[in-house]
Design a protein around this ligand. Structure first.
Ligand code: CUA
Length: 155
């Protein structure tokens, strides 16, 4: 089979670029240990409502201005829907889903997670600015996805 010279150059270039991109992805994943923050803790998605601490979602104080917040994201609401957070506190959010994939994004912060049934995802943020923060689901999860939001009141 005859392949035109220009065709061969382009094929070589295309395959070469794929190898370069693959190398970058593999180096980032393994050498730089760059992984999604999810999938660290497993949970039975059918037993979320009876698995501590998710059976009682909400804020827990660890002392010294540090808190843990446990959230359940389900179609189509966050539990707790409103969370009151003392100003200046550092909160680690743990979130899981009993049904489908949801998003957990606190606007104007770096907290932006995918919530996958069967897994607990987590992220930490220090709230230095008072106000009401919008919490939204940013993964399409069904017909009322756009109604799935909550808020954090930082005072
Ligand atoms: Cu939950 Cu979109």
């Amino acid at each position: 089979m005859h392949v035109h010279r220009y065709e061969r150059i382009w094929m070589t270039f295309g395959i070469g670029m794929l190898l370069v991109f693959l190398t970058i992805v593999l180096v980032a994943a393994f050498a730089d240990n760059m992984n999604p923050p999810s999938d660290m803790m497993q949970i039975d998605p059918t037993k979320v409502a009876s698995t501590p601490p998710f059976e009682r979602p909400g804020l827990r104080s660890l002392g010294n201005g540090r808190y843990e917040a446990y959230y359940v994201a389900r179609i189509f609401a966050f539990s707790p829907n409103i969370l009151r957070v003392p100003l200046g506190s550092t909160v680690t959010f743990y979130v899981t889903s009993p049904d489908v994939v949801h998003g957990f994004n606190i606007a104007h912060t770096a907290v932006n997670m995918m919530v996958i049934p069967g897994w607990v995802n987590s992220a930490t943020h220090t709230f230095r600015t008072p106000g009401t923060y919008l919490l939204v689901c940013n993964e399409y999860c069904g017909i009322e996805h756009q109604t799935m939001f909550g808020s954090l009141e930082v005072r």
